[in-house]
Design a protein around this ligand. Structure first.
Ligand SMILES: Cc1ncc(COP(=O)(O)O)c(C=O)c1O
Length: 440
């Protein structure tokens, strides 16, 4: 459905906007029509947050189908790392699209697939050589890690953490433990998956006193799969010592340490990978989301010596398709060159500003995060829902996470002026909910 809106801004004008520009009621008439049409034919399982219907984006701004301009603190759920339609990424994509759209790298040899794996090896947070398996999504990267870990170690058990999210396909959803909804009606899930408390103040006590004592011997555990910062679970940063102790526990028992950086990776936290803040090297690292600025791509990057599986053990028709690889190569250059640094700077500015908002708003119980991966915790889920909607109605896109949090994850290109606008709108939304109550 092509929707015409008069007086649209050029892409450059859109990217340069510092304020949202709302022309209609929210959602507008075109958005409401699009939503009605959508509801007739799409799967009701899709967990829509609020009635936002994007039409195009540039930098940190997105225009909806009514011509309303929003400031994006979501980046398409931490995906559009280099901003919407970064010219260098778009150019790389169109150049590659003119050359070759597809030829399965599983069955033949695609130079750009190998080039992407080489580039990932250069930026991987492991000191030795790595090899990569490319996928279409984060969940497929998780599946690949489960298979490699079991295949390489010959062990069957996997441990992940309460509150974590690893995807929705059968293996990954079995590791996921953020909401029971993800499991409801789908059992039995993958056998051999156990869960432990995340960021446990008791350190590795649960592993020693419960898991390894009562449930499974450590020599039967293939891998521990952990998000260095919880994503969907609420943007929770664990104590530094906890991740270090987990790494040591894995080393002691020959358990593979799998860092799921699908959400926290690609410069979002101000470093290329969140594990770098903790001084921890994983055995396997999973990437997705921001890796290709919105083109479907995921990666399982593993220590080269772990890749002992034989030819045919794993593959994918589309995984690492050349157009996504072109987007990834351009995105990595941009993130490494300047955007991770911008995430650190603007993230610091936002964290400080949100701290001030929190000091003035008793509904906020905590502000936490690293770089542009910031969680604002509210006193209840109802309040967080209300603030999310109040932000939307003022032209600021945010997204709920965890039990009562809102995640702040703008594109890494966001400017200081745009971040300042977002802070003001977020503060206004909190005040509005505080004054009128969450059900107004
Ligand atoms: C940490 C983490 N792992 C895995 C996934 C699954 O990625 P995808 O939705 O691309 O399958 C997500 C998605 O939100 C995620 O945040």
């Amino acid at each position: 459905m092509a929707i015409e809106v008069a007086g649209r801004l050029s892409a450059q004008e859109l990217a340069a906007c510092v304020e949202p520009r709302l022309l209609t009621e929210i959602p507008g008439p075109n958005a409401r029509r699009a939503i009605d049409a959508d509801h007739e034919v799409t799967s009701p399982s899709l967990p829509r947050a609020y009635p936002f219907v994007p039409s195009r984006g540039a930098g940190a701004m997105v225009e909806d189908v009514d011509g309303n301009v929003f400031l994006d603190f979501n980046a398409g759920i931490a995906v559009c790392s280099t901003g919407h339609a970064h010219p260098k990424v778009v150019k790389a994509i169109s150049r590659q699209a003119e050359q070759l759209l597809h030829y399965s790298a599983s069955d033949f040899y695609l130079p750009i697939y190998a080039e992407t794996c080489r580039r990932l090896d250069q930026i991987a947070p492991m000191s030795g050589p790595t090899r990569s398996f490319l996928t279409n999504s984060g969940t497929e990267a998780v599946e690949a890690a489960i298979k490699l870990a079991r295949n390489h170690t010959g062990r069957q058990y996997l441990v992940s953490f309460l509150g974590s999210f690893h995807g929705r396909s059968y293996g990954s959803v079995s590791l996921t433990a953020s909401k029971a909804t993800y499991h409801e009606g789908f059992g039995p899930l993958l056998p051999g998956v156990l869960h432990a408390p995340y960021g446990d103040p008791a350190g590795m006590g649960y592993f020693q006193d419960v898991l390894f004592k009562r449930l499974v011997k450590p020599h039967e555990v293939a891998a521990v799969v952990v998000e260095p910062i919880l994503g969907e679970g609420g943007y929770v940063v664990p104590p530094k010592d906890w991740l270090v102790a987990l790494r040591e526990l894995c080393t002691e028992h020959g358990i593979l340490f799998v860092a799921d950086e699908v959400q926290s990776g690609m410069g979002r936290t101000g470093k290329m990978w969140a594990v770098e803040h903790f001084g921890v090297q994983p055995d396997i690292l999973l990437a997705g989301k921001g890796i290709a600025s919105g083109m479907p791509l995921g990666a399982m990057i593993a220590r080269a010596d772990l890749m002992t599986w034989g030819m045919g053990a794993h593959g994918s028709t589309y995984g690492g398709n050349p157009v996504s690889c072109a987007a990834a190569l351009a995105s990595i250059d941009l993130i490494e060159g300047e955007l991770a640094g911008n995430a650190e700077r603007i993230g610091g500015f936002l964290l400080e500003g949100l701290g001030i908002v929190a000091a003035e708003c008793s509904l906020i119980t905590e502000v936490r995060g690293l770089g542009l991966m910031i969680g604002v915790e509210f006193e209840s889920d109802v309040v967080a829902d209300a603030v999310e909607i109040a932000c939307f109605e003022q032209g600021l896109l945010t997204l709920r996470a965890g039990d009562g949090a809102i995640r702040i994850a703008p594109p890494l290109v966001i400017s200081r002026d745009q971040a300042a606008t977002g802070l003001r709108l977020f503060g206004d939304a909190c005040r509005r909910v505080a004054e009128k109550g969450p059900n107004a």
